[in-house]
Design a protein around this ligand. Sequence first.
Ligand code: ST9
Ligand code: ZN
Ligand code: ZN
Length: 334
Amino acid sequence: MPPQGQDRESWVLYENDEKADGGAYVPVPPSAEKRVWKIVWRNVILFALLHIGGVYGAYLFLFKAMWTTDLFAVLLYLASGLGITAGAHRLWAHKSYKARLPLRILLTIFNTIAFQDSVIDWARDHRLHHKYSETDADPHNATRGFFFSHVGWLLVRKHPQIKEKGPTIDLSDLRNDPVLHFQKKHYLILMPLACFVLPTYIPTLWGESLWNAYFVCAIFRYVYVLNVTWLVNSAAHAWGSKPYDKHINPVETKPVSLVVLGEGFHNYHHTFPWDYKTAELGDYSLNLSKLFIDTMAKIGWAYDLKSVSPDVIEKRVKRTGDGSHHVWGWDDKD
Ligand code: ST9
Ligand code: ZN
Ligand code: ZN
């Protein structure tokens, strides 16, 4: 058995000890060995159908639907995206800022349009992802490959380590939030309404067909947002630079940031997960979520925005960065 009650580093070292000769503990890198997938065929079939519908919806989006319908689909992408980035991720999973009731209600509505399961369940998996990153207790453990971290983890039963380590995560702050409690309790009514029914009905008000509205604003928009979100788990754990910590897999990737409203600066985010910007710099063009939170702060709906001071970042860059950091000419100093 691996040592019990160890911190993450020890756990990573000893997780595969059953492979060791004679029962000795042999340090291993934090990568997973080949696993048996307990496939959930219902999910495989539903995701396959969803993606076929998504490709068809993209065709209608590009060539057939009314421009107002396309615009509405883009607005739904931005709203549901913010429900994940500014809501589930930065506000609820990481508590990187605080929000007054109207903003919590707005973000919960946006989040329900995104249909990535209730905020409480999303944040439970995400807190685990950070605490046990790149181990079997990480729901989308990127050391199991691009496909697994992108979508494969939603097609199989969770690794027993997730269910064993899961209860070590404190969720009391989320469970005590009445808005989140309401969302989880009524999810099976609220989610179909917000993600599929209303996005299909609303475009008929300006003369769009139900068919086009369904495939463009519900199916295509949903599949698109799912896939760009999943890119943060797959591409942003694989391809890019590591200016803040070269010892971890997450990377900085501007192309991903652009489509995920500022969540592609993933090396920074895993190094400083409490920063509401999820990035060192606040370039709004690559971080629409920051623009949204800053705007909410201006009207008083968001407050206590947490950030990291430049000298803390600088020290960390010099200590653990891979040398690719080029901000403020630090590389020329010393
Ligand atoms: C989706 C989520 O797509 C995507 C999340 C992406 C996260 C990205 C993060 C990146 C950073 C942010 C960037 C955002 C960018 C956004 C850009 C937007 C423009 N702790 O799960 P079950 C226990 S969702 C503790 O069924 P199975 C617990 O007892 C898509 N305990 O496990 C639980 O019971 P309960 C739509 C845990 O049976 C029980 O196990 N949704 C934990 O192995 C059973 O849990 C779907 O398609 C834990 N963490 O099934 C649904 N986890 O819940 C897909 C579990 O009652 N999921 N337990 O407490 C499933 O069908 C299933 O979960 C499964 C595993 C088949 C994958
Ligand atoms: Zn990550
Ligand atoms: Zn995070």
